[in-house]
Design a protein around this ligand. Structure first.
Ligand code: KIV
Length: 271
C-alpha cells in the first residue's frame, strides 16, 4: 500500500459530518503547487483557489479581471500539491451568472481541466438556476453570500454587509435556498456575527466565515493575508500568524548585501 492511499481525504460529506459533530472546519486559499503543499501539510480541511488570485497573484484591484483559463491554471497547480484537503475552486466573474448552460460549461471545465473537487460561486436567488444546473450534473457547489467581491461595483464599498434588516432577511433566505438546491457549504463574508450565528443555525450544511464572527461552522482566510505577506491590508477580522513581508524583504536585502560584498558565494558554496 502506498503512503498516499493511507491518507484519509476530506470530502464534502466529511465537512457535513464535521458540522454535525461540532468540529470546526478550516479553509485557506492557495494558488500554486508549493503553497498548496504547505497548506495541506499544515492540516487544513479545505483549500480554496479563490478568485482573490486576481488581487494577490496578479495585482488587480478587484477580482473581476481574472479569467476561467487563469483560474483553471491555478487550480491545476494546487491540485498537484494536495494529498488530503478538499480542493474548492472559484468560478470567476462572468462565467456563471448570465445563463445556466454557461455556468455548467464553466463548472465542467473547472472539474475536468482544473481537477477541482468542487466549485464556489457567489450569490443566492439571482443565480438559482445556475446552481441547480451545476448540482444536477453531480458537481459539488459551495455558495458565497454577504460581501460578494464580484459585485463590488454594485456595492460600491468593501464594508460589512447585511446590517439592515431587509438584507439580513434575504441572506437567511438565500442560505436556506442554497441548502435546498444541494450546495454542500456556504461561505459567509463580512456580515455581523449575530447574523452569521443565526444563518449557521438555520441550515444543516456548514457555513464557513470570513469576517463573520466565531459562530460559523468553519473559517477561511486568504493565505497571503494570514502569513502577513500583504502590508497594506489590515481589516479587523484578519489575524496575522507571521510577518512574512518583513521576513522576506529582510532576507532579500541580506542577500543583496552578501552578493555586493562578495561574501556570497564563499568557498564552501562553490564547486
Ligand atoms: O476569493 C477568495 O479568496 C474568497 C475568500 C475570501 C472566501 O472568496
Amino acid at each position: 500500500m502506498s503512503v498516499h492511499s493511507e491518507i484519509k481525504k476530506i470530502t464534502t460529506e466529511t465537512l457535513r459530518k464535521m458540522k454535525f459533530d461540532k468540529e470546526k472546519i478550516t479553509m485557506l486559499t492557495a494558488y500554486d503547487f508549493t503553497t498548496a503543499k504547505m497548506v495541506d501539510a499544515g492540516g487544513v480541511d479545505a483549500i480554496l483557489i479563490g478568485d482573490s488570485a486576481a488581487n494577490v497573484m496578479a495585482g488587480f484591484e478587484t477580482t473581476l479581471p481574472i479569467t476561467l483559463d487563469q483560474m483553471i491554471y491555478h487550480t491545476q497547480c494546487v491540485v498537484r500539491g494536495v494529498d488530503r484537503a478538499l480542493v474548492v475552486a472559484d468560478l470567476p466573474f462572468g462565467t456563471y451568472q448570465s445563463n445556466p448552460e454557461k455556468a455548467l460549461e464553466s463548472a465542467v471545465r473547472m472539474m475536468k481541466e482544473g481537477g477541482a473537487h468542487a466549485v464556489k460561486i457567489e450569490g443566492g436567488k439571482e443565480i438559482e438556476e445556475s446552481i441547480r444546473k451545476i448540482v444536477n450534473a453531480g458537481i459539488p457547489v459551495c455558495g458565497h453570500l454577504g460581501l460578494t467581491p464580484q459585485s463590488i461595483y454594485q456595492f460600491g464599498t468593501y464594508k460589512v454587509r447585511a446590517k439592515e434588516e431587509a438584507e439580513a432577511e434575504k441572506l437567511i433566505a438565500d442560505c436556506q435556498l442554497l441548502e435546498e438546491l444541494g450546495c454542500f457549504a456556504v461561505v459567509l463574508e463580512k456580515i455581523p456575527a449575530a447574523l452569521a450565528k443565526k444563518a449557521s443555525e438555520s441550515i444543516s450544511i456548514p457555513t464557513i466565515g470570513i469576517g463573520a464572527g466565531p459562530d460559523c461552522d468553519g473559517q477561511v482566510l486568504v493565505y497571503h493575508d494570514m502569513v502577513g505577506m500583504n502590508q497594506g491590508f489590515s481589516p479587523k477580522f484578519l489575524r496575522r500568524y507571521l510577518d512574512l513581508y518583513s521576513e522576506i524583504t529582510g532576507a532579500v536585502s541580506q542577500y543583496v548585501k552578501d552578493v555586493k560584498s562578495s561574501d556570497f558565494p564563499n568557498d564552501k558554496e562553490s564547486y
